[in-house]
Design a protein around this ligand. Structure first.
Ligand code: NAD
Length: 374
C-alpha cells in the first residue's frame, strides 16, 4: 500500500511558477519510483490571487492549507502591486497563511555544497562541508510583544518601544522541535540568547535546560550569547549543527548563515506549527528567495531552492530522511557534474535553463531511486 500525501502547491508570482515546474516533475518521479503517492492541488496566493479575487489569499485557500499534509510555496510579489494598501499586497497572503496556521518554528538550513564552496564570502576551507540549521521562533518575541508603539512625552520628545517577551510554552514548544531536528542530525544544539543582559534570555536558558534534562539528555546542549554566536558563525561555522533562538536573533543569524553559502537560489526553508487534523505538523515549505521580478519569465531562475524545499518536506513532514537525502544527493551530483544555472555559473561549467536544471536533477534522482542508493 502506498503512503498517500496531499500537497497544496501555491506557485505564486514572478519566478514562483517557473521554479515549481521542476518540482512537479520530481513529484511525478517520486510517485513512479517510491511507495509514496503524492496528490497535488494547486491554487493561488499573492499577486495572482489579487488579480483574480482582489485578495492576496482567499478563505478557501486557507481552508485547503489547513486540511493538507503540507504546503509548498514558490514566491509572492511584483512591482505592479507596490502601490496597493498594505492589507492587499501579495506578501500579506503569505503572512496570513503563516498566522492562520500558527507556524511558529522557522527552519533555515545553510548547507554548502562542496562544488559551490568558492561562492561563499568566506575562504573555501572555512565553509567546505558546512551544514547548519537555524531554528528561529517566528510568532513571538520583540516583533509582537506589548507594549509597542511610538509615544509622545511631556517634554515634546517621542519614545519608541518594543518589548521582548517569551513564555514557558513558547520556549518549550520551539525547543522540542530543535532537539528533534538535532536528533536527526549531529545531535548538537546551540541555544542562543542574551541571558547576560535580558530576563527573557534568562528564562529561555532555564526552560531550554529543563526540557533538555527531562527529555533530550542524549543531545549535546550548549548555551551561547547572540553576539558571540554572530562572531563564531563567521569565524568557525562548522562548530554548529542546530542553532535554537528567538525571533530577533534568528532573523539576523539566519541571514548571516545564508550568506555563508553564497547563493540565494540554493536556500530552502520550512515553517512548522502544531500537529494538525492530518496528524502531521502543519507546515509550509518555500525557498528563501523572493519572486525575482528582474528575471521572471526568462526560464533562467535557479530551481534548486524550491527542489530542496520538497526535500525538507520529506524530512520534516513525512519523517522520511532517506528520501530527503536522495533528493539532496541528486542535486549534489548535478552540481558535481558541472551543471549550473546563471546565478551560480562558474568557469568550465555547463549553463542550464530552469527547466533543463529540473530535468537533470529529476534524471539523477530517478537513477538514485532505481538503484535505491543513498
Ligand atoms: P528576490 O529574492 O526576489 O531577488 C533578489 C535577487 O536575487 C534578484 O537579483 C534575483 O534575480 C535573484 N534571485 C532570487 N531568486 C533567484 C533564483 N531562484 N535564481 C536566480 N536568481 C535569483 O528579492 P527582492 O528583489 O528583494 O524582492 C522581489 C519581490 O519578491 C518583492 O516583491 C518582495 O516583496 C518579494 N519577496 C517575496 C518573498 C517570498 O515570497 N517569501 C521573499 C522575499 C521577497
Amino acid at each position: 500500500m502506498k503512503e498517500k500525501v496531499n500537497l497544496l502547491l501555491l506557485p505564486g508570482d514572478g519566478i514562483g511558477p517557473e521554479v515549481c515546474i521542476p518540482v512537479k516533475k520530481i513529484i511525478n518521479c517520486l510517485n513512479n519510483f517510491t511507495n509514496i503517492e503524492f496528490s497535488i492541488e494547486e491554487d493561488l496566493v499573492g499577486g495572482c490571487s489579487y488579480d483574480e479575487f482582489k485578495l492576496p489569499i482567499t478563505e478557501k485557500v486557507i481552508s485547503k492549507a489547513k486540511a493538507s499534509d503540507g504546503i509548498l510555496l514558490g514566491a509572492v510579489g511584483a512591482p505592479k502591486y507596490e502601490n496597493l494598501p498594505f492589507d492587499l499586497r501579495p506578501e500579506r497572503g503569505l503572512l496570513k497563511l503563516r498566522k492562520e496556521l500558527e507556524l511558529y518554528a522557522n527552519i533555515r538550513p545553510a548547507k554548502v555544497f562542496n562544488s559551490l564552496a568558492d561562492a561563499s564570502s568566506l575562504k573555501p576551507n572555512i565553509v567546505k562541508n558546512m551544514d547548519i540549521v537555524v531554528l528561529r521562533e517566528l510568532t513571538g518575541g520583540i516583533y509582537f510583544g506589548e507594549p509597542r508603539g511610538i509615544f509622545e512625552l511631556d517634554d515634546g520628545q517621542k519614545k519608541g518601544i518594543n518589548t521582548e517577551v517569551y513564555t514557558t510554552n513558547e520556549i518549550v514548544r520551539l525547543g522540542r522541535i530543535g532537539f528533534e531536528i538535532a536528533n536527526l542530525r549531529n545531535k548538537t544544539v546551540h541555544s542562543v540568547e542574551k541571558a547576560n543582559v535580558m530576563e527573557s534570555g534568562v528564562l529561555w536558558r532555564e526552560e531550554t535546560t529543563k526540557l533538555h534534562s527531562k527529555e533530550f539528555s542524549h543531545i549535546n546542549l550548549k548555551h551561547m550569547y547572540a553576539d558571540n554566536c554572530a562572531m563564531q558563525l563567521v569565524k568557525n561555522p562548522k562548530q554548529f549543527d542546530v542553532i535554537l533562538t528567538g525571533n530577533l536573533f534568528g532573523d539576523i543569524l539566519s541571514d548571516i548563515s545564508a550568506e555563508l553559502t553564497g547563493s540565494l537560489g540554493m536556500l530552502p526553508s520550512a515553517s512548522l506549527g502544531e500537529i494538525g487534523d492530518s496528524k502531521r505538523r502543519k507546515s509550509l515549505y518555500e525557498p528563501v528567495h523572493g519572486s525575482a521580478p528582474d528575471i521572471a519569465g526568462k526560464n533562467i531562475a535557479n530551481p534548486i531552492a524550491m527542489i530542496l524545499s520538497l526535500s525538507m518536506f520529506c524530512n520534516y513532514t513525512l519523517k522520511n530522511n532517506i528520501l530527503s537525502s536522495q533528493i539532496e544527493n541528486a542535486v549534489e551530483k548535478v552540481l558535481e557534474n558541472g551543471y549550473r544555472t546563471k546565478d551560480i555559473m562558474q568557469k568550465n561549467c555547463n549553463l542550464l535553463s530552469t527547466s533543463e536544471m529540473g530535468d537533470v536533477v529529476t534524471e539523477n534522482l530517478k537513477n538514485i531511486l532505481e538503484k535505491n542508493e543513498l
